[in-house]
Design a protein around this ligand. Structure first.
Ligand code: NAD
Ligand code: TYD
Length: 395
């Protein structure tokens, strides 16, 4: 019997463009996504299931503070069999072996990680455990399964990584795929280490792997410990806006859905063993981002003059080892895979702000006791002042 698939976009009552999918029977590709309940993983699953109606995704996630299974609640009835959630840890080799023997995955798309630089400074061990050891466990089981199945063509282990592995740029220049690794934080060191393991499994065992190194993402579902959602929520609550150092550190911002599209291009069309840099062509100083957020929020909240949110900005002690500038040369992915960002920064930035304002239930659900503890721990000991102030850290 022929199967009919139909998918599309609509504006739902949460106010964002969302996905509606009618199910068919012909699921052809089985994909393991790790960390699919976090920020990028959630956006990836929602996007991929829309644009690839023949994909069946197993989302393996340990549900750390950053993972939220409710991100898919609204889609449960539409997604049916196409999305399975498995609550588990990427270091659980037995669980991984069971999953691989049951599912015959064609792609492994590996997002699961500890992802916040400030947390890595206050507690680096979790970053070694998940990002290094976890990636190693996943590589081991992927390799065994791939070999047991006779090394099928088309298999791909895609490792989602970061531009932070390259370290910090001066005022000029861009990261290329050949830029030497020079990580500064425990987070970037752990991601660099995992990248090296992925490369080693390609070179030593021929496991078909691809690495993507992407710049800073923004968009719906980002945990409000990262710059943009943290500032949106602090502005809303009239709380101080803590800008590290002199606020002139530069990040290259990419809308998360563009990142998701790049990952699909890479896993489907990329060459095994290769790395692809992904960027947004949107370099901004942190203070520019915070000022823009203040102004856009003020429009929405009818604040002006003395009540302007810019008055909430406070320069605080800098992050130790704070990388000054990231910028991506994305010529390779553009030329070889035909990808470039589709969303313009100004529009996607406004979509992001409106998503948070319209999804306060989501925000409240994750602002648990743990979240409040983190905010206290990270910010209470940062003295007001300049970038030369020392960060005191944990009491
Ligand atoms: P996130 O912190 O929002 O989500 C991480 C997810 O991984 C969570 O759902 C968490 O529960 C899960 N997880 C953590 N440890 C796990 C474990 N041991 N086993 C199984 N699941 C576990 O992170 P994110 O921002 O969505 O980033 C996803 C990936 O993309 C990461 O690998 C990160 O390094 C990379 N990346 C992120 C950005 C960015 O701007 N956020 C940019 C470039 C690359
Ligand atoms: P972040 O969102 O943590 O991403 P990353 O460290 O991976 O780039 O931070 C983005 C930039 O914003 C970074 O230069 C640090 C800065 N920052 C602040 O100035 N204040 C804050 O409270 C946070 C969380 C970040």
């Amino acid at each position: 019997m022929a199967s009919v698939f139909f998918s599309g976009l609509s504006v739902n009552n949460e106010g964002i463009r969302d996905y509606w999918i009618f199910m068919g029977e012909n699921i052809k590709k089985r994909i393991l996504v790790t960390g699919g309940s976090g920020f990028i993983g959630t956006n990836f699953i929602r996007h991929a299931l829309t644009v690839r109606p023949d994909w069946h995704i197993v989302n393996l996630d340990a549900l750390t503070y950053a993972g939220n299974p409710a991100n898919f609640d609204a889609l449960k009835s539409e997604l049916g069999e196409r999305l399975h959630f498995v609550h588990g840890d990427i270091r659980d080799t037995i669980l991984l072996e069971q999953l691989f023997s049951k599912e015959n995955f064609e792609y492994v798309i590996h997002f699961a990680a500890e992802s916040h630089v400030d947390r890595s400074i206050l507690g680096p061990k979790a970053f070694v455990d998940t990002n290094v050891q976890g990636t190693f466990c996943l590589l081991e089981v992927s390799l065994k399964s791939w070999e047991d199945r006779g090394r099928p063509e088309g298999f791909c282990f895609l490792h989602v990584s970061t531009d932070e592995v390259y370290g910090s740029l001066g005022p000029q220049g861009h990261f290329k795929e050949e830029t030497p690794y020079d990580p500064s934080s425990p987070y970037s060191a752990s991601k660099a280490s995992s990248d090296h393991f992925v490369k080693a499994y390609f070179h030593t065992y021929n496991l078909p792997t691809i690495i993507t190194n992407c710049s800073n993402n923004y968009g719906p579902y980002q945990f409000p410990e990262k710059l943009i959602p943290l500032m949106i929520l602090n502005i809303l609550d009239g709380k101080p806006l803590p800008v590290y150092g002199d606020g002139k550190n530069v990040r290259d911002w990419l809308y998360v859905v563009d990142h998701c599209e790049a990952i699909i291009k890479a896993v489907e069309g990329g060459k095994p063993g290769e790395t692809y840099n992904i960027g947004g062509n949107a370099e901004r100083q942190n203070i520019e981002i915070v000022n823009l957020l203040c102004d856009l929020m003020d429009n929405r909240l009818s604040r002006s003059g003395n009540g302007s949110s810019r008055k909430l900005i406070q320069y605080v002690a800098d992050r130790p080892g704070h990388d000054r500038r990231y910028a991506i040369d994305m010529t390779k992915i553009k030329m070889e895979l035909g990808w470039s960002p589709k969303h313009c920064f100004e529009d996607a930035f406004e979509i992001t702000i409106d998503w948070y304002l319209k999804n306060m239930d989501w925000v409240k659900s994750i602002q648990s006791g743990d979240y409040r503890k983190w905010i206290e721990k990270n910010y209470q000991d940062r003295k007001l002042g300049t970038s030369t102030d020392r960060f005191v850290g944990e009491k």
